[in-house]
Design a protein around this ligand. Structure first.
Ligand SMILES: NC(=O)c1ccc[n+]([C@@H]2O[C@H](COP(=O)([O-])OP(=O)(O)OC[C@H]3O[C@@H](n4cnc5c(N)ncnc54)[C@H](O)[C@@H]3O)[C@@H](O)[C@H]2O)c1
Length: 144
């Protein structure tokens, strides 16, 4: 059985990605910090019950390292909203958090695939000769 990590799997896009993967027979792990500005009522009921839920932060390197263990494919949808006044937090989560995840992928010689939301950020995995294709809501970087 293939295993997927969905970051931001409690959010709009990530929760649908997680549902689809579960339906398709994937084993799914969700990493989400349940950002209070996004989830004002706490853990949402729509998180797929068959998915493993990890309450963790994209900015926490150790949490990323743990979440990546035994994963074949990463769907990176964790993001902090762009309509908040906290600009530094926006950059920290979305840019530095994503950059750190790509660093961990490289350091750990992760051999899976990475697909990320691209509304406001783009990335590649250095030395991995990424194949990069743009889509309406996301793109894929193959890190093999
Ligand atoms: N919703 C859209 O219409 C749309 C369209 C195009 C692109 N996108 C992109 O897709 C991605 C996801 O968007 P969405 O609409 O699902 O957003 P969302 O706010 O509904 O979900 C984001 C999830 O990320 C989590 N999160 C926030 N900060 C985190 C952190 N530090 N660590 C771990 N988890 C964290 C939140 O708790 C939330 O569950 C974003 O990059 C967005 O730009 C969304």
């Amino acid at each position: 059985m293939k295993r997927a990590l969905v970051t931001g799997g409690a959010g709009l896009i990530g929760s649908h990605v997680a549902d689809l993967l579960v339906c398709q027979g994937w084993r799914v792990r969700i990493l989400d910090n349940l950002e209070p500005n996004t989830h004002k009522l706490g853990k949402p009921v729509w998180i797929n019950r068959e998915a493993e839920f990890v309450h963790g932060d994209l900015r926490d390197r150790e949490a990323i390292e743990d979440a990546l263990s035994d994963i074949d494919m990463i769907f990176h949808q964790a993001a902090y909203g762009g309509y908040m006044p906290e600009m530094a937090k926006y950059v920290h989560v979305n840019s530095l958090g994503t950059a750190q995840m790509l660093e961990v992928i490289r350091e750990k010689d992760y051999r899976g695939e990475f697909a990320g939301g691209l509304q406001r950020r783009r990335g590649s995995v250095p030395k991995a000769r990424p194949r990069f294709s743009k889509g309406a809501a996301g793109g894929t970087i193959a890190a093999r």
